[in-house]
Design a binder for this molecule. Structure first.
Ligand code: PEP
Ligand code: MG
Length: 888
């Protein structure tokens, strides 16, 4: 077993073993780039340590051997008194976990070697400052001393000297500070700061191992869905210093602009400084371009290295570098983060440069990025007043009047005002207000706070955790520095950047949506480039995907939009949506009908309306399949509210003003009232209980098809039965449907070829899919209800109740209603696919739950071999892209 790799031994593909940092340092070393020598301890060693509480037996000797080689190379020993080799001990996992784990710099300094460093560097102040930093970092991370104690002592030293920053401290101050820091360590840690350099290093290594399992690291992993058993590597790298004078410095660079993808010189440089100084923002950095006039040799060298890295990694890289007395060193590189727009542009640019092929380009973008590009945004070109900034919790651009409670949000929005609901944090009581608002702004809570989770679920713009904003809900006021926003003042919030503006910032539609809508005209150059890139990537995806993409749509307008967005049919037309609004009472009449005459009257009133709806829909989707689902409302959605009705009746009683009708209605509603409507008289059950209902719908579909055929159209309706649990239910409905279809065919002289299939949305249906396939020509997985019934989670309630707690505890990283639960719900889907196809090899298979438009879920549906996914019209481009990505 090998636990330690010299930088010359590793490479970029060993991230699982060497962590991202160690692997890329090795890669750069082997490319011949100037990397300070060092070595990396593997994640395996970490995992053994974490599992057993002991380092693997061979580790100490291996580290000694590598340290010895390093010392030989550098011509000095670790912590050598007159010329100390100093090292950094850094964490680094396979997946980046920024700031979550430990790092210790300047390891090797001691009371004696600090003088050696001072002599070698010719700079006493530098040496003592480095020593001070080591004790501080080591004390806090390795020995667990409260960091505030060091900061307070540093602050006190600055005050005593009347120094604005720590750069103004003098050697004597720093010596005193070192003494003070050592005292803090011995008081707090119950041991002295170790003077033996090797002991420092060994303790730092162990502490990096242990930092894998801190609470915050665990929480971060659960949220980011990083497995908990990967462990961290430890990279030990000889120190180079950017703070040795004006000919030294440190900086970051990007091989191209992470915002636009354009090539050029992007980054920041800070003269006479170390990496932490840049992060701490002690002094202002200068644009990287200015390095050319500061140190032309290093600048040219850096640009050449950037070119090498980009060609080698075939992607945008970000880089950390240090210049030590005119000598350039590479401290880190990795494939860099970028904006959604830049991801699309860079991918196509790299194809054009011949660096990657189309399949690789598809791997470089994702559906979440495309979705982000489809939100409307604030007009870049207008002036605006930034008042604060929070976490970008749910994308979009929202403008409205500030309100501070849900009641006002609802009241104002009913009277036609657009409102932004501002709360310190939200809770389930705010739900109605959140629905009424254009957007939600909170001053507390992170990406998994109630506000964030619920807003994302609703697709509503949300900025949360804007801590610099003081929200006073009692006074109905928000204070941000000197700005005061009162109830009724207009605010604009950007859920993609987390920025909050005073006043109305104009919103412009997304150029990408304009493109999909066919309305994209040549506008600003930026937009053109983006649209061009999206257009090409969609073509790459469409050429490769096996999954077809259909839309969930119930009216001609949505259907037409879906078609423009690339839908290849309708996978779910929810007919109950055709009976909302004014038509609701017609369904109510049908459900409450006492006599055959009443029922038939209700049905005959509905038939022509249904038929007209279908004709429009089939026309909009001419030539493409349209899956019409027979009525599936939870009963309560179509009945009068029982409480309201009871009150009305009680009030009438009190006034001695009997209303026979209301009384009868109340009795009927009572009779039909269900404790669990979602598990009640819905779907096929309703069809079996109310005679003539499904027959009427089938007739409407058949007659609409016949009419379209006679008009030389090409209607392709498919009839889908919802909420089936057993094949017997399906057989009864099928027999009746076939009778009705045959009748219509006879009467109209047409041949209709209407396919009949079912939804698989109950566990029993999935478990008996083999039997159900006897009576179904197609399955469409209703993963909304399937998730509800497999987990036993009420789909209408959970997101607003205990899901926040579940997400915070990391029980799942994302709601199973959003991304398919592969292990549970997914396993049922997989087995139903196999059983269904075993019975009926030509069985057509799709999915029409919300998961059909979810990027990760699309990959799953590709894997299990569905024929299509169906999703809301706006998600169609995302589904197309992800289906293409799943196939490469
Ligand atoms: C489903 O349950 O996944 C489905 C598509 O049906 P609905 O959402 O209408 O219940
Ligand atoms: Mg359903």
């Amino acid at each position: 077993e090998k636990y330690v790799y010299d930088f010359t031994e590793g490479n970029k593909d060993l991230k699982h073993l060497l962590g991202g940092k160690g692997a890329n340092l090795a890669e750069m070393t082997n490319l011949g780039l100037p990397v300070p020598p060092g070595f990396t301890i593997t994640t395996e060693a970490c995992n053994i340590y974490l599992g057993s509480g002991k380092e693997p037996g061979a580790l100490r000797d291996e580290v000694s051997a590598h340290l010895g080689a390093l010392e030989q190379r550098m011509g000095k020993r670790l912590g050598q008194d007159d010329d100390p080799l100093l090292v950094s001990v850094r964490s680094g996992a396979k997946f980046s976990m920024p700031g979550m784990m430990d790092t210790v710099l300047n390891v090797g300094l001691s009371d004696t070697s600090v003088a050696g460093l001072a002599a070698q560097a010719g700079d006493e102040r530098f040496a003592w400052d480095s020593y001070r930093r080591l004790i501080q970092m080591f004390g806090r991370t390795v020995l667990g001393v409260d960091g505030a104690l060091f900061e307070d002592a540093l602050e006190a030293a600055k005050q005593a000297r009347n120094a604005a920053t720590d750069v103004d401290l003098e050697v004597s101050d720093l010596r005193k500070l070192v003494k003070r820091f050592k005292k803090i360590v011995s008081d707090e840690a119950g041991r002295d700061f170790p003077q033996d350099p090797r002991e420092q290093m060994d303790l730092a290594i162990r502490s990096v191992f242990e930092s894998w399992n801190t609470d915050r690291a665990k929480l971060y992993r659960r949220q980011e869905r990083i497995p908990g058993d990967l462990g961290t590597a430890v990279t030990i790298c000889s120190m180079v210093f950017g703070n040795l004078g004006p000919d030294s410095g440190t900086g970051v660079a990007f091989t191209r602009d992470p915002a636009s993808g354009h090539r050029g010189v992007y980054g920041d440089y800070l003269q006479n400084a170390q990496g932490e100084d840049v992060v701490a923002g002690i002094r202002n950095t200068v644009p990287l371009g200015e390095l050319e006039s500061i140190d032309k040799t290093s600048y040219d060298r850096l640009l050449a290295i950037m070119e090498t890295l980009e060609t080698h990694y075939r992607d945008l890289c970000d880089i950390e570098f240090t210049i030590e007395r005119g000598r350039l060193w590479m401290l880190q590189t990795r494939v860099g983060k970028r904006t959604a727009g830049a991801a699309f542009r860079i991918a196509t640019q790299l194809v054009d440069q011949g660096l990657i092929d189309e399949a690789e380009a598809l791997r470089r973008v994702n559906g979440a990025q495309l979705a982000q590009l489809m939100f409307p945004r604030f007009d870049e070109n207008t002036r605006r007043e930034l008042v604060g900034r929070g976490i970008a919790a749910s994308p979009g651009a929202a403008v409205g009047k500030a309100v501070f409670d849900s009641y006002t949000a609802i009241k104002w929005s009913r009277s036609g005002e657009k409102v932004i609901l501002i709360r310190r944090e939200t809770n389930p009581d705010d739900l109605d207000g959140m629905i009424a608002a254009e957007g939600i702004l909170t001053s507390r809570g992170g990406k998994t706070s109630h506000a964030a989770v619920v807003a994302r679920g609703m697709g509503k713009t949300c900025v949360c955790g804007a801590e610099e904003l003081e929200v006073d809900t009692k006074a109905r006021r928000l204070t941000a520095g000197s700005t005061v926003i009162e109830e009724g003042d207009t605010v604009s919030i950007d859920g993609s950047t987390g920025k909050v503006y005073l006043g109305e910032v104009p919103v412009v539609p997304s150029p990408v949506v304009e493109y999909f809508e066919g309305r994209m005209h040549a506008g600003a150059d930026e937009a053109d480039e983006l649209v061009e890139a999206v257009h090409r990537m969609m073509a790459y995806a469409d050429r490769r995907r096996r999954l077809r993409v259909r839309a969930n749509a119930d009216n001609a307008e949505d259907a037409l939009r879906a078609r423009r967005f690339g839908a290849q049919g309708i996978g779910l037309c929810r007919t109950e949506h055709m009976f909302l609004g004014e038509r609701r009472t017609m369904v109510e009449k049908l459900i409450l009908a006492d006599t055959d005459e009443e029922r038939e009257a209700a049905l005959s009133a509905l038939l022509p309306l249904q038929k007209k709806d279908f004709i429009e829909l089939f026309e909009a989707m001419d030539g493409l399949p349209v899956t019409v689902r027979l009525l599936d409302p939870p009963l309560h959605e179509f009945l009068p509210d029982i409480t309201e009705l009871s009150v009305r009746v009680a009030l009438a009683e009190a006034r001695k003003d009997h209303n026979e009708n209301d009384l009868r209605l109340l009795q009927a509603v009572h009779k039909l009232h269900e404790q669990n409507p979602m598990l009640g008289l819905r779907g096929v059950r309703l069809g079996l209980v109310i005679p003539g209902l499904f027959a009427m719908q089938v007739r409407a579909i058949a007659e609409a098809s016949a009419e379209r055929l006679n008009a030389k159209g090409d209607p392709r309706a498919e009839i889908m039965i919802p909420l089936v649990g057993t094949v017997q239910e399906l057989e009864i409905v099928r027999d009746e449907a076939e009778r009705v279809i045959a009748e219509v065919e006879r009467a109209t002289g047409t041949e209709l070829r209407l396919a009949l299939g079912t939804m698989i949305e109950l566990p029993r249906a999935a478990l008996t899919a083999g039997q159900i396939a006897e009576a179904a020509e197609f399955f469409s997985f209703g993963t909304n209800d399937l998730t509800q019934t497999v987990w036993g989670f009420s789909r209408d309630d959970v997101e607003a109740s205990f899901f926040t707690a579940y997400l915070e505890k990391g029980i799942f990283g994302v709601s199973p209603f959003e991304t398919i639960d592969r292990d549970g719900v997914g396993a049922l889907v997989r087995s139903a696919v196999e059983a269904g196809r075993a019975t009926r090899p030509g069985l057509k298979l799709g999915v029409c739950g919300e998961h059909g438009g979810d990027p990760e879920s699309v990959h799953f549906f590709h894997e299990v071999g569905l024929d299509y996914v169906s999703c809301s019209p706006f998600r169609i481009p995302v589904a197309r892209l992800e289906a293409g990505r799943a196939a490469v």
